[in-house]
Design a protein around this ligand. Structure first.
Ligand code: AMP
Ligand code: TRP
Length: 329
């Protein structure tokens, strides 16, 4: 039997090329080797305020993008988190076995909390929901971007603790491992290379969304910040912005950074940016074409309904196992 993998993306906007490079591109390759389950984690998205209409649209849109990118519903399960009640139920059991101190240490919590006027309790307990997503499916591996490492480590700690407290010598839950992009790619903002590229950034010029029209992509890449050194060179300390563009280039073209640096030697940033813009447009164009078709037709609804049925079956069994071990059912 194939081992299982699980991953999720929040429908808090349209995925960026950061999401694509850091996580989603890998989802497609992994579906042959593993039994893959990919979730649209809409319950995670509401840990910060969302416009309800937009959230609903973005949820459907993200499911369509998963498929448009190449996730095959005949091979993998694609579903929406809120269609499977076990996630919210498991999150409660998990919260009762995590410490506030552990949750307060999460850097994603600290970053997001710093941006909010009022911080919801859900933003703090968010990792419990994520731990639930993973353990409910007995996932052995979790492909995620670098920024999720801390959450994966927390999941591993939780599994040890849960098995120790309630397993009576048996492993009730599977301890997952993260699968991270090879060179540890964290795509940074096009406007501020000290911050990660995020689909919920207020400054739309800081990210490229997978659904940006070609003209917008070109404009955003041309106006990406660089430096006054004027040489395409990889140096994360001294040329962080250009190094970020180089990483995007390398990842989308599957070329080495060295070979790209060599190609643009002595040419300034103009040609480099033009070619990167073209490469990005070429990457997203076929995805956008398939996406439009899915959004207009009826297949998408059938796919997520079927995904939810399959996910429900697996998740409710694990939930029952957890509840029974804890003595509440
Ligand atoms: P999120 O947008 O926070 O739901 O993230 C979805 C997935 O994309 C996660 O696995 C993240 O680690 C990954 N991700 C998000 N932003 C970036 C980024 N700027 N660079 C690389 N990976 C990212
Ligand atoms: N926390 C992840 C993020 O912000 C999204 C996520 C939620 C996730 N549940 C998950 C990722 C389970 C992997 C597995 O990017």
């Amino acid at each position: 039997m194939k081992q299982r993998i699980f991953s999720g993306v929040q429908p808090s906007g349209t995925p960026t090329i950061g999401n694509y490079i850091g996580a989603m591109k890998g989802f497609v390759d992994l579906q042959d080797k593993y039994e893959a389950i990919y979730c649209v984690v809409n319950q995670h998205a509401i840990t910060v305020p969302q416009n309800p209409k937009e959230l609903k649209h973005n949820t459907k849109s993200l499911a369509a993008l998963y498929i448009a990118m190449g996730i095959d519903p005949d091979k993998s399960i694609i579903f929406v988190q809120s269609d499977v009640p076990a996630h919210a139920q498991a999150a409660w059991l998990i919260q009762c076995n995590l410490g506030i101190g552990e949750l307060e240490r999460m850097t994603q919590y600290k970053d997001k909390a710093a941006k909010q006027e009022s911080i919801s309790a859900g933003l703090l307990t968010y990792p419990a929901l994520m731990v639930g997503d993973i353990v409910l499916y007995d996932a052995a591996y979790v492909p995620v971007g670098d920024d999720q490492k801390q959450h994966i480590e927390l999941t591993r700690d939780f599994v040890d603790r849960f098995n120790y407290r309630f397993g009576q010598g048996k492993d009730l839950l599977v301890k997952p491992e993260g699968i991270y992009p090879k060179n540890g790619t964290r795509v940074m903002s096009l406007q501020d290379p000290t911050r990660k590229m995020s689909k919920s950034d207020d400054n739309v010029r800081s990210f490229i969304s997978l659904l940006d029209p070609p003209k917008t992509i070109i404009k955003k890449i041309k106006s990406a910040v660089t430096d006054s050194i004027g040489e395409v060179h990889y140096d994360v300390e001294k040329q962080s912005a250009v190094s970020n563009l180089l990483e995007i280039y390398a990842s989308l073209s599957q070329r080495s950074i060295d070979s790209i640096v060599e190609e643009y030697q002595g040419q300034g940033y103009g040609a480099f940016k033009n070619d990167l813009a073209e490469l990005t447009v070429e990457t997203v164009a076929p995805i956008q074409e398939r996406y439009e078709k899915l959004m207009a037709g009826n297949d998408l609804q059938d796919i997520v309904t079927d995904g939810a049925t399959k996910a429900n079956k697996i998740a409710s069994e694990t939930l029952a196992r957890m509840e029974s071990a804890m003595g509440i059912h």
